[in-house]
Design a protein around this ligand. Structure first.
Ligand code: ADP
Ligand code: ZN
Ligand code: ZN
Length: 844
C-alpha cells in the first residue's frame, strides 16, 4: 500500500503536494480520487495524481478524508488534464477544477438521502463491519427528503464522513443530489445591465470608467463585469445578486451606479427551465424555429457529403486518431455530415462530443441533434443552473448519454469510449477561454483529447482559421471539402463601395453611400428584405485621416496603433512602440484626423432621413434586452412587417430568411483596423458570413454591398472574389514574415496590479529574468495592455512569439518561462502583482 499521495490542489501553484495516507484509508486512495487535506489553516479538496512509497518532504501531513469510492476522472481525462496543465501553463489542480461541475466539491450544497433499501435488514450486519456507515444510514432513515452534509456532520461526527459516504454510495445505499430551485416556478429577481445610452456613447463610457477607477473601485468592478456581460450577451439583464456575489460587494454599489445613470434595472425571470433550454437572448421560445423557415429533414446526402461521412466513419471505426478539416461553404450541409458521422460512431458502440461556439446562437443545430439522437443526448453549456449541470454531468459519467453537445466546456464531459469530437465553426474566437485558468483553446484541446482517446476530431467551417488550414496544407489534418450549397442557391453578387472616392464625389450621405441607399430602395420597392450590418467598435480607438483614410500602424507589428487621448500618444500594445500622435496625416498632410466609428443608432437615423417610409428595426443590445424581444424582431422581419433589419454581430450569424435579397455592410473598416494581427482574417470571415445571409432563395439574385475606405485591402478583395485560398495565401505570407501564428505560438504574459508602477516594474523585472530573444522565441515589450486598466487593475504585458520551427513542442519556451517564474518568485515573491500566462492568445 502506498504511504504517500501526490495531490493537485486548486491553488495557483505549479507543484503537487505530498500527504501521508493514514492506514484507515487503506486501498481507497488512487489516481483520480478526490481527497480533503489540511492546507495551512484551511481544508482543501484535491485530486490524487500519483502515489509514492517514500518522500523527501519533511513534516508530511495526513489526508483528512477520501471523497470517492471510484475515481471521478478517467485515466484519459487525467492525461488530458496533464497536457492542458503543461501546455497552457496552468496548475494541475486548477485545471482539474475547471473540468468538474459545481456540486462535486464537498462545500457545495449536496443532499444525501437513503436509497430504496431495507434498512432493518442491512444495518445489523453493517454495524459489525462498518459501524460509522451504519450510523449514517440510521441518521438518514429519519429524513426521507435527504439531509445536507453539515447536518450529517453534526449528527454523526465529521471524521472520515466523506469516505463513509463514498463507500455507502458505491454499495448503492445512498443517493446524492444537489440543492436546486423548484423546477417549474419561475423566480423573479432583480437584473441589471449597462445603461443603453452609455453603450451608444463610447467617450462617455471611457469617461465613466476613468472616473470610477479613480473614485469608486467597487463600482468600477461591478460596472466592468456588466460591461463584459453586455459584450457577451448583448442587452440581457443580469441577476444583481450574482454580480454582487462575484464582486464581493453590497447593494449600495448598485444604487450608486443607478444614481449615476450608469446602469438600468429590471425584474427578470430566472427559472431552471429557461436556462435549460438555452438562449441568453430570448431565443428559447418554442416557436423560434418556425420563425426561421422550414427545415427539410429526410433527404439523401449528396456525393460530397456522403464521401465526407464515409471517410470520417471509416477512420472512427479504425480506432486510430486523426483530424479532419471539413471546409464547406455556408449551407453546404456540414451539420448533416456531423449528424451522420456521429450516428455511425454510435452504431459502432462509441460516443461523441459536439462542440458549438455558443449554444444561444445554435439552437437550430441543437434541435436537429435532439431530433436525431433523442434523449441519448446531453446539452451542456455555461448558462445551465448548477443543479442542471450536476445532473447532466452525472448522467454522462454514468454512461447515460451517447452524445454531449455544448460550448467549450463540454469538451470535459466524462464520456467514456469517445469515438468522435466535432468542432463546428472551428474558427470562432469564443472557443478560447480568455478570462481564467487554464486559458485553453477548445479546438486545439479537442484535437489532443481525440488523440488521447484514440478518436477522430472533425473541425468544420466555411472560413477555416489560418491555423487549421495550414495544418491541412502540411498534411497534419486531412481536408474534406463541400464546395457547393445543397440548395443550389445562386451565390450573391458582391459590390464594393469605396467610401473615400464616394466622399470625394459627394456620393456619401453620412455613413451611407448613395449606391447603398439606391440599392436598398430598389429592394424595398420589390417588397424584399434588407439586412444592414454595422459592427460596433470596441475599446480600441485609432486615428484616421478624414481625407485619405490612412490609419497609423506599428512599424514592426502590422497592427494599428492605439490612440491614447489624454497623452495624445499612439501606442502599439504588442511591442510597446510609442510616439506622440501626429496632428497632420503622415500620408497626405491633411489636418483632419479623427477617431472613427459610427454606431447603429446613427445609421438608423440616417436611414430614416434618406428612406422615409421604410420600416426599420434595429437589433442590438439596446433593443433586444427584453425577454423574447429578439425573437419578436426576427419574426416581424420574417413576416415582412419590417423592411430593414439593422444590427451588430447579432445579424451576422446564422440567420436564414428567404426574403432577404440585399445585405449591406456599413463599414468593413471597424473590423479591418482593429489592433490585432488576426484583423484581416476576421474581416474575411465576417464578410463571408454576412454575405451568406443574402439570396437564400434561388429565384432572386442576392446582393451584398460592402462599404470600405480600403477596397484594395487583401481581405476585402478576397471576400469580393469569394476566394478563401486568396485570403489564406496572402495572410500566410504576412504571418510567415512577421512570425505570427501558425508559425509561432503567440503567448502573452500579463502583469496585473492595483498599482500602476508595480505592474510596470514587475513586467520589466520579469523581462530581465527571461533570456534575450533567440531562435526559439522572440520577446516583445513589456508594454501597456490594450485595455491597460481594467477592474481597477493596471495591466502590462510581454508578448512572446515562440517559433514552432525551432521549438516544435514549446518545451524551450516552457523551460525559460518556468526558470524566470521561479527566479521571479524568489526575488520578488512578496509583490501582489498577478502574473498570468496566455498561450495561443486570441485577442488582447
Ligand atoms: P451548413 O451547416 O453547412 O451551413 P446545413 O447542414 O445547415 O449546412 O444545411 C443547410 C440546409 O440544407 C439545412 O436546412 C439542411 O437541412 C439542408 N440539407 C442538408 N443536407 C441536405 C441534403 N443532402 N439534401 C437536401 N437538403 C439538405
Ligand atoms: Zn491622409
Ligand atoms: Zn508593434
Amino acid at each position: 500500500m502506498p504511504t504517500y499521495a501526490l495531490i493537485a490542489l486548486p491553488i495557483p501553484v505549479f507543484t503537487l503536494f505530498t500527504y501521508a495516507v493514514p492506514t484507515r484509508f487503506g486501498g481507497m486512495v488512487h489516481r483520480g480520487i478526490r481527497v480533503t487535506v489540511p492546507f495551512g489553516k484551511r481544508t482543501l479538496t484535491g485530486v490524487v495524481v500519483d502515489e509514492a512509497d517514500h518522500t523527501d518532504v519533511a513534516e508530511v501531513r495526513e489526508l483528512i478524508d477520501v471523497l470517492d469510492a471510484q475515481p471521478l476522472f478517467s485515466e484519459e481525462i487525467l492525461r488530458f488534464a496533464e497536457w492542458m496543465s503543461e501546455y497552457y501553463v496552468s496548475p494541475m489542480g486548477e485545471t482539474l477544477r475547471t473540468m468538474l461541475p459545481y456540486g462535486t466539491t464537498p462545500e457545495s450544497t449536496q443532499r444525501i438521502s437513503i436509497a430504496a433499501i431495507d434498512v432493518d435488514a442491512i444495518v445489523p450486519e453493517l454495524r459489525r463491519t462498518a459501524p460509522r456507515q451504519a450510523a449514517v444510514l440510521l441518521a438518514l432513515s429519519d429524513h426521507p427528503n435527504g439531509v445536507t452534509i453539515p447536518f450529517l456532520q453534526r449528527k454523526v461526527g465529521a471524521d472520515n464522513l466523506h469516505s463513509q459516504l463514498a463507500a455507502l454510495e458505491s454499495k448503492g445505499y445512498i443517493e446524492r443530489t444537489i440543492e436546486m430551485e423548484k423546477a417549474s416556478r419561475p423566480k423573479r429577481v432583480r437584473g441589471a445591465r449597462v445603461a443603453s445610452a452609455l453603450l451608444g456613447d463610447e467617450p462617455a463610457l471611457h469617461r465613466l470608467f476613468d472616473e470610477l477607477d479613480r473614485a469608486a473601485p467597487k463600482q468600477a468592478l461591478v460596472m466592468s463585469q456588466l460591461f463584459a456581460e453586455s459584450e457577451r450577451s448583448p442587452g440581457v439583464f443580469h441577476p444583481v445578486a450574482e454580480i454582487l456575489e462575484r464582486a464581493k460587494t453590497s447593494d449600495s454599489v448598485i444604487k450608486a451606479l443607478l444614481d449615476r445613470g450608469a446602469i438600468e434595472l429590471e425584474m427578470i425571470d430566472v427559472s431552471r427551465e429557461e436556462v435549460l433550454s438555452g438562449g441568453d437572448e430570448g431565443l428559447e421560445d418554442d416557436n423560434y424555429e418556425s420563425t426561421l423557415g422550414d427545415q427539410v429533414r429526410d433527404f439523401v446526402l449528396n456525393d460530397d457529403q456522403r464521401r465526407a461521412v464515409e471517410t470520417i466513419s471509416a477512420q472512427v471505426a479504425s480506432r486510430e486518431f486523426k483530424t479532419f478539416l471539413l471546409h464547406g461553404v455556408t449551407g453546404s450541409g456540414k451539420t448533416q455530415v456531423y449528424i451522420e458521422s456521429i450516428r455511425a460512431a454510435i452504431a459502432g458502440g462509441r460516443t461523441a462530443i459536439m462542440l458549438v461556439p455558443e449554444i444561444g446562437l445554435t439552437l437550430q443545430l441543437v434541435e436537429r441533434f435532439r431530433e436525431a439522437f433523442g434523449d441519448r443526448i446531453a446539452v451542456l453549456h455555461s448558462r445551465l443552473s448548477d443543479g442542471e449541470r450536476f445532473d447532466a454531468w452525472r448522467r454522462v459519467a454514468a454512461g447515460g448519454c451517447d452524445v454531449v453537445i455544448g460550448a467549450r466546456s463540454a469538451l470535459f464531459a466524462p464520456l467514456r469510449n469517445v469515438g468522435i469530437i466535432v468542432i463546428d465553426e472551428e474558427h470562432e474566437a469564443s472557443y478560447k477561454q480568455y478570462d481564467q485558468q487554464p486559458r485553453y483553446h477548445a479546438r486545439d484541446a479537442a484535437v489532443v483529447r481525440a488523440q488521447i482517446e484514440g478518436a477522430v476530431a472533425v473541425l468544420g467551417s466555411a472560413t477555416p482559421s489560418i491555423e487549421s488550414y495550414h495544418n491541412a496544407e502540411r498534411g497534419k489534418y486531412q481536408l474534406l471539402e463541400l464546395p457547393v450549397r445543397v440548395d443550389n442557391a445562386r451565390e450573391p453578387v458582391i459590390v464594393i463601395v469605396d467610401t473615400l472616392t464616394a466622399r470625394r464625389q459627394r456620393l456619401m450621405r453620412g455613413s451611407l453611400s448613395v449606391r447603398m441607399l439606391n440599392d436598398v430602395r430598389a429592394r424595398l420597392d420589390k417588397g424584399e428584405g434588407v439586412i444592414l450590418f454595422q459592427n460596433r467598435r470596441g475599446f480600441a480607438t485609432r486615428l484616421e485621416c478624414g481625407t485619405c483614410s490612412h490609419s497609423p500602424m506599428c512599424p514592426s507589428c502590422a497592427v494599428t496603433l492605439t490612440f491614447h487621448k489624454h497623452r495624445h500618444e499612439l501606442r502599439c500594445h504588442y511591442c510597446g512602440y510609442c510616439r506622440k500622435a501626429e496632428t497632420q496625416c503622415v500620408v497626405c498632410g491633411s489636418l483632419d484626423l479623427r477617431q472613427p466609428g459610427v454606431g447603429t443608432q446613427r445609421v438608423e437615423e440616417e436611414l430614416a432621413e434618406h428612406l422615409p417610409g421604410a420600416r426599420i428595426v434595429r437589433m442590438d443590445q439596446d433593443t433586444t434586452s427584453r425577454k423574447g424581444a429578439h425573437r419578436k424582431i426576427l419574426s416581424r422581419f420574417a413576416n415582412g412587417e419590417v423592411d430593414i433589419l439593422l444590427g451588430t454581430q447579432m445579424v451576422a450569424k446564422g440567420l436564414d430568411f428567404s426574403r432577404v435579397s440585399l445585405v449591406g455592410v456599413v463599414s468593413a473598416d471597424t473590423q479591418l483596423l482593429l489592433p490585432d494581427f488576426r484583423a484581416s482574417e476576421r474581416t474575411f470571415q465576417l464578410l463571408t458570413q454576412v454575405a451568406g445571409r443574402a439570396g437564400r432563395r434561388s429565384e432572386v439574385q442576392g446582393e451584398v454591398v460592402i462599404q470600405t475606405a480600403h477596397p484594395e485591402h487583401p481581405a476585402v478583395m478576397a471576400a469580393f472574389a469569394k476566394n478563401y485560398r486568396q485570403m489564406y495565401d496572402d495572410e500566410v505570407r504576412t504571418r510567415r514574415q512577421l512570425n505570427y501564428p501558425p508559425f509561432s505560438r503567440f503567448i502573452v504574459i500579463e502583469f496585473r496590479s492595483a498599482d500602476q508602477k508595480d505592474a510596470e516594474q514587475a513586467a520589466r523585472q520579469f523581462r530581465a529574468l527571461m533570456p534575450a530573444s533567440g531562435p526559439a522565441f522572440e520577446i516583445l515589450g513589456p508594454s501597456a495592455a490594450l485595455i491597460w486598466k481594467l477592474r481597477n487593475l493596471y495591466r502590462y504585458q510581454i508578448v512572446v512569439k515562440n517559433h514552432k520551427a525551432q521549438d516544435p513542442g514549446g518545451k524551450i519556451f516552457a523551460r525559460s518561462f518556468a526558470n524566470a517564474y521561479e527566479a521571479y518568485r524568489q526575488k520578488h515573491g512578496k509583490t501582489t502583482v498577478q502574473v498570468i500566462v496566455d498561450v495561443d492568445a486570441m485577442g488582447m
